[in-house]
Write a protein that binds this ligand. Structure first.
Ligand code: SF4
Length: 250
């Protein structure tokens, strides 16, 4: 891969992104988030990297960190067509506040929706298919042309993510998790230091925010993500599968 060529890393090219991620972890695995982002954007994957954001409850920190390095890096936003109006407004607010110049709102294929979800009720009967059509497929299209992408996942979020590395293989791409080792207090401190705007639904009882039909208020004492797909077996949207068997998605 080009990034490793640049670094003259002795990896087997036949191993592709898996070997690349492993080598990158060995070399950069202890860097802080700002340095990881800077190296990825300016050296490793220059003009070949994007950030994928839900513009949800914890999105502001990573978006702000990116804007401090390069506000022109593409930001992919999956507009499923079922999002809260507050999330769409928050996207506009953060993009303007941080000076992000390339926020790409990606939408589902209309023909796929017409064929599979004409009444917008697919989430009730086949939520995995609904997420696939509204999130996974559009993301796959949006990532074409990129060799790497940033996510906002953290180790503290669930047991599966407890071993999360900074760099992961994602098919032929490298997925980078700059906040992997951040704690809840790290996020709060950063948010306070830079006076980052909060998603308007957080103060109304939504610590994790997805689509309207699949997000409910969380009661005191409940898990942060208890309001996502409440009452269903489903706990993920599929974007990070198979890396996360229980994956919490975005
Ligand atoms: S979160 Fe719910 S409404 Fe949104 S894509 Fe997934 S199943 Fe569909």
């Amino acid at each position: 891969m080009a990034a490793l060529d640049a670094l003259a890393y002795a990896v087997d090219p036949d191993n592709g992104a898996l070997a690349e991620a492993s080598a990158l972890n060995a070399r950069y695995g202890n860097l802080d988030a700002p340095d990881v982002i800077a190296i990825a954007v300016e050296e490793l994957f220059r003009d070949r990297i994007a950030l994928v954001s839900s513009f949800g409850a914890e999105s502001a920190v990573l978006l702000h960190l990116l804007s401090e390095v390069d506000p022109h890096v593409p930001v992919i936003f999956l507009d499923t067509g079922r999002l809260f109006a507050e999330t769409l407004e928050y996207r506009t607010l953060l993009a303007g506040r941080f000076g992000l110049t390339d926020v790409r709102s990606v939408t589902p294929d209309p023909e796929r929706l017409a064929a599979n979800d004409p009444h917008r009720a697919l989430w009730m009967t086949k939520p995995d298919l609904c997420c696939h059509i509204r999130k996974t497929e559009p993301l796959a299209r949006a990532l074409q042309g990129f060799d790497a992408w940033f996510t906002g996942r953290k180790r503290f979020q669930n047991s599966v993510r407890s071993g999360l590395n900074l760099f992961e293989a994602d098919g032929e791409r490298v997925k980078i998790n700059p906040l992997a080792n951040w704690s809840v207090s790290d996020l709060k401190d950063y948010t306070a230091r830079y006076e980052l705007p909060e998603h308007p639904l957080v103060s109304k009882g939504y610590p994790s925010i997805g689509c309207v039909p699949c997000t409910s208020r969380v009661q005191p004492g409940e898990d942060q993500r208890a309001g996502r797909w409440r009452g269903l077996e489903k706990t993920e949207c599929g974007i990070h599968v198979p890396l996360e068997a229980d994956g919490s998605g975005i």
